[in-house]
Design a protein around this ligand. Structure first.
Ligand code: F6R
Length: 647
């Protein structure tokens, strides 16, 4: 066992109080969970008994439902003996609304399998307020009448909620009407196209209702869940984190992808659990962990520091401490480069190290940006440098990002276009017609309703104009900007389609056209709305298509972390420092994305705007390098080299 491969299931000694299985990513995890459900359904069918399932909604179970549908279509899994009870529903809401869990379940599961609609139960968001008490009691009774839940599937909210049992929910709570937590409402804001439109209440099964299930499986995917998962699995049982009650269930399992498991001790500091095989990345991780814990620079860590923190094994095998310190220090210092595209031999100074990237200069560089602002948000400083060093920099904007544009902006630009056309006498009738249509559409639009094609086009133009303005700040010529408008994004709702042939083919064609020496892409383990993950999936498939090509042999693929987080310092393979004036130029570039300013629509967990978060994160990365004793810069952008194909 190595820490690069921590045990897939809870190991002896781990402080995990619920058996936990970790999969490399969400897909095999979902296949495993669907397989467990299918096995149970089949077993009950063979006994001629019904199978009663408790089901969640949300982003997480979508891939489990997709696999169940596949099993039904391709492997004859029948739902004829299945009875289901959903965990929750917003209140008030009608079943046909875009965000209703009735609609969600039909779209993702029930419309595609042979379940008897009479055996489907989902809390009703239309029950009159004075009948809710009676209604929820009947819901509980219906579960009991069905023989109780055989298996309850759960997701987990960032508040630690299961169902909508928000912090403070009692262990013996039953199905009831609750008020949603602020964080939960914010997380749902993009589904509802605005925080104000998210219902304040919901009907949810209680913690007691959930714990009565004979088996419980909780799934969580993505780095934004890592903290709460660690608290639920390793922390105390507490009403503050409803999911921690699963520790008291005799047959509960937690199923995670590696991103969601990152906060567990077996990933964060596996050496505390027993002997590990010390690989270079693991040594780096341990040393950075120790230096941060003791707030000491790497080179000042002593034998005692290692021994007292549970790293005796490391010093005994690889010591003395000073040698370990120096090795890690050197490796990390070498990651710092102001020349992300390599440094031409002619510019080298004595003491400069030779890097493989120096061999070709200048380079063709292709930056993939999932939304139109991710390029400058995540690697604006690096973009500036690449361009200034004379490389041929292209940026491909993968999606239009039109969902995140306010209606008022669409009207403003439609007016602008009309005035522009009038001034320059360009078919005024046609322009007026379009403007009237836009105004009319937006006036009649109900909250949360999908935009018309025309409105989406205008919103797309707004974002593309902003991307061009930002790229101009970075000095990138507009003819090297590529707006891919990938079809998977164009649903008009936050739910995206899985990337298909058209998405992959579009990206592969661009790769083939540019033949880049370097590719930069967003390598988030998961962003809250899944767009980055899907963009990365599509890009990986496109890279697989070009991997046999001659030009691709020397192509480096670098991953920047999306807008939400920075790579941990020990994982960075390249740290690009920004000077104070580059920080200001990067900010200027981000400011060009005016439609994304003050977006109450997708406020981050800390309510700061995107530019502030980007700046804080770059400055913090630099501070961390400084505290580790490496170098003191104004700000740093970090990258991880992707080796799955290239290397
Ligand atoms: C949904 C539900 C919630 C979600 C949780 C995670 O029916 O009960 O507890 O499971 O909010 O949501 P996602 O999966 O969207 O992160």
């Amino acid at each position: 066992m190595t820490a690069a491969e921590p045990p897939a299931t809870t190991a002896a000694g781990a402080p995990e109080h619920v058996p936990t299985r970790v999969f490399p990513d969400a897909e095999p995890a979902s296949v495993w969970v669907a397989g467990e459900i299918a096995a149970l359904v089949r077993e009950r069918a063979s006994l001629d008994r019904p199978c009663v399932l408790g089901l969640p909604t949300g982003a997480t179970p979508i891939s489990v439902y997709a696999e169940l549908v596949r099993l039904h279509r391709e492997e004859g899994l029948s739902f004829a003996n299945v009875e289901t009870f959903n965990l929750d529903e917003y209140y008030p809401i009608t079943p046909d609304e875009l965000q209703s869990y009735h609609r969600f379940m039909r779209e993702h599961l029930f419309d595609h399998v042979d379940i008897d609609p009479k055996r489907v139960h989902i809390p009703d968001g239309t029950v009159p307020a004075d009948r809710v008490a009676e209604y929820v009691a009947a819901y509980e009774e219906a579960i009991r009448d069905a023989g109780g839940l055989d298996l309850q599937l759960l997701g987990i909210g960032r508040t630690g909620h299961i169902g909508f049992n928000e912090p403070g929910s009692a262990r013996d709570s039953r199905t009831r009407l609750i008020f949603l937590d602020r964080v939960t409402r914010r997380d749902a804001a993009s589904d509802f196209f605005g925080l104000d439109l998210v219902p304040r209440r919901a009907i949810t099964m209680g913690v007691g209702t959930i714990l009565d299930a004979r088996r419980v499986v909780l799934i969580a995917f993505g780095e934004h869940k890592a903290d709460v998962v660690a608290q639920a699995v390793e922390g105390p049982v507490t009403a503050r984190i409803a999911a921690s009650y699963l520790q008291q269930h005799p047959a509960a399992t937690v199923v995670l992808d590696e991103a969601a498991a990152a906060g567990l001790t077996r990933y964060r500091s596996p050496w505390l659990l027993g002997p590990v095989a010390w690989t270079d990345p693991l040594i780096r991780k341990a040393v950075v962990w120790l230096a941060r814990k003791l707030e000491k620079p790497i080179l000042k860590l002593t034998e005692e520091d290692y021994n007292e923190a549970g790293l005796q094994d490391l010093v005994a095998g690889r010591g003395p401490a000073y040698d370990i310190n120096v090795d890690v220090f050197r490796a990390m210092a070498e990651t710092v480069t102001g020349w992300p595209g390599g440094k031409p031999q002619a510019m080298k100074r004595p003491g400069d190290i030779d890097r493989p990237a120096d061999a070709v200069f200048p380079k063709r560089v292709l930056v993939f940006s999932p939304h139109p602002d991710d390029d400058v948000l995540s690697m604006g400083g690096t973009l500036l440098r690449l361009q200034e060093h004379g490389h041929e920099v292209h940026v491909a904007y993968q999606t239009s990002g039109n969902l995140a544009v306010f209606d008022a902006d669409a009207i403003r630009f439609a007016e602008f276009a009309q005035d522009f056309n009038r001034i320059f006498a360009i078919s005024p009738e046609e322009a007026a017609k379009i403007e009237r249509h836009i105004e009319d559409q937006l006036r009649r639009k109900r909250p949360g309703q999908v935009d018309s094609f025309e409105v989406r086009r205008i919103k797309t133009l707004i974002r593309e104009g902003e991307a061009r303005a930002a790229a101009r700040v970075c000095g990138i010529p507009v003819e090297r900007l590529h707006f891919l408008r990938l079809p998977f994004y164009e649903t008009g709702t936050v739910r995206k389609l899985p990337p298909g042939e058209a998405d992959v083919a579009g990206i592969a064609a661009l790769l083939e056209e540019v033949k880049p020496h370097q590719v930069y892409a967003a390598g988030d383990l998961t962003d809250p709305h899944g767009t980055h993950r899907l963009c990365w999936q599509a890009l990986q498939q496109a890279l697989a298509r070009v991997k046999g090509k001659r030009w691709f042999r020397d192509c480096e693929v670098w991953l920047y972390r999306g807008a939400w987080q920075e790579w941990e310092p020990e994982r960075m393979d390249m740290a690009v420092p920004l000077s104070p004036s580059e920080v200001v130029r990067k900010r200027d570039a981000i400011f060009k994305h005016q439609s994304q300013k003050d977006r109450a629509m997708f406020p981050g967990p800390d309510e700061r705007e995107f530019w502030q978060r980007a700046e804080v994160r770059n400055r913090e990365a630099a501070k961390l390098y400084d505290r580790l004793g490496l170098a003191e810069y104004e700000a740093i952008e970090g990258f991880v080299r992707w080796k799955a194909i290239a290397g």
